[in-house]
Design a protein around this ligand. Structure first.
Ligand code: ZN
Ligand code: ZN
Ligand code: ZN
Length: 365
């Protein structure tokens, strides 16, 4: 890993804040903090707050008892570590570091800390750092793309192994436990979610696996993901258990065509909402528009859902290095559901699918 990556990210965050006219950015423990500094403590009632300012060194305000941890952070040499002791007013310590003007707050700062800062610095203006940091995180560097590729391939391998085992007659929760173990066996540090949705349960996009027994004639939606080197996998395939019904064949073909159209639309320079439009046009044309009731995709990186979003209204212009899911679906309540999801990366002239699992309707036993 490039040792200068955090210095570069901190400098770019400061530059982007300056370009919006902001005086400072304040980030609490969160994926944003991990991205900028490599420091990833849990959020707690004792505030830990990173203060990034144009033309000044970034400061990390930490409780005294966590100073040794902060000083061991990958970006510690780039940071002025400022500690406060129990009994001090930590918000006053942060307020002293804030220039006059607008202060942009990260998305994950607890309300209690926002209120503390606003009390300690009543003459500042407050805004959101979401666009500044989100835009920075959205463009992955080569090492991040490699991590996302590894995670995607590990999920592909887990799925392939799962589908080589008998499924009919087993309960969703038992198959979900196997998925979690397979994600880890194929290289993930941990599994994050294991959606196993069979038969009518497949019509619920975020179904929680339960005791239902997988049966011949079911559609089976498998939406699986985990964490590998800090980066996320997230993929979905829908398979037929036993001979598929005509309806399952038809719906699967529509979703596959929509997913292919959306992936084919991906290239630098277009707004990401056009990717959503490409998928939706296919599904609406087939008469299932009302049954595709979620966005086509979400950015992915340190978090499984992060900006930008392949959804109507997100005008983010695609740039090389952006990574997001393409996951249209059709859900027929009480009957079946179909979703197909890949993680894609925007390349210099088009798109790379990080997942390689076959997308056609597989028949499993
Ligand atoms: Zn989802
Ligand atoms: Zn998913
Ligand atoms: Zn997803």
């Amino acid at each position: 890993v490039d040792p200068a990556r955090h210095a570069r990210r901190l400098a770019e965050a400061a530059a982007r804040a300056a370009s919006t006219g902001a005086a400072a950015v304040v980030i609490a423990p969160s994926p944003d903090l991990a991205y900028l500094t490599g420091y990833d403590p849990p959020p707690l009632e004792r505030p830990t707050l990173l203060v990034v300012r144009p033309d000044r060194a970034p400061a990390l305000v930490v409780p005294m008892l966590e100073r040794p941890l902060a000083e061991a952070a990958p970006a510690a040499t780039e940071l002025e570590v400022v500690s406060w002791r129990d009994g001090d007013d930590p918000y006053a310590v942060v307020a002293d570091l804030l220039p006059r003007g607008e202060v942009l707050l990260g998305d994950r700062i607890w309300g209690v800390h926002v209120l503390g800062l606003q009390r300690a610095a009543p003459d500042r203006r407050w805004g959101s750092a979401a666009t500044v940091i989100g835009a920075l995180r959205a463009r992955k560097d080569a090492a991040e793309l490699d991590a996302l590729r590894h995670a995607a391939h590990a999920a592909d391998a887990a799925l392939e192994e799962l589908l080589s085992t008998p499924l009919v007659g087993r309960r969703e929760i038992d198959v979900a436990a196997d998925v979690a173990a397979l994600l880890v066996a194929h290289g993930h540090a941990s599994a994050a979610f294991t959606i196993v949705a069979s038969g009518p349960n497949a019509a619920s996009p975020h179904h929680e696996p339960g005791p239902r027994v997988l049966s011949a004639g079911d559609a089976l939606v498998l939406d699986i993901g985990g964490v590998l080197d800090g980066y996320r996998s997230d993929m979905t395939r829908t398979v037929a258990l036993g001979a598929p019904s005509g309806r399952l064949r038809e719906v699967h073909a529509v979703v596959l065509a929509a997913q292919e159209a959306a992936r084919a639309a991906v290239r630098p320079g277009i707004p990401i909402e056009d990717v959503d439009r490409a998928a939706r046009a296919v599904i609406e044309h087939a008469g299932y528009g009302e049954r595709f009731f979620h966005r086509t995709g979400h950015g992915i990186g340190l978090e499984v859902h992060e900006p930008p979003y392949a959804a109507a209204g997100d005008r983010t212009t695609l740039e090389p290095g952006m990574t997001f899911s393409v996951e249209p679906g059709i859900y027929l309540e009480g009957e079946l559901g179909v979703r197909i999801e890949d993680i894609v990366a925007v390349t210099a002239d088009g798109v790379e699918s990080l997942n390689r699992s076959p997308r056609e309707l597989l028949v499993c036993e």
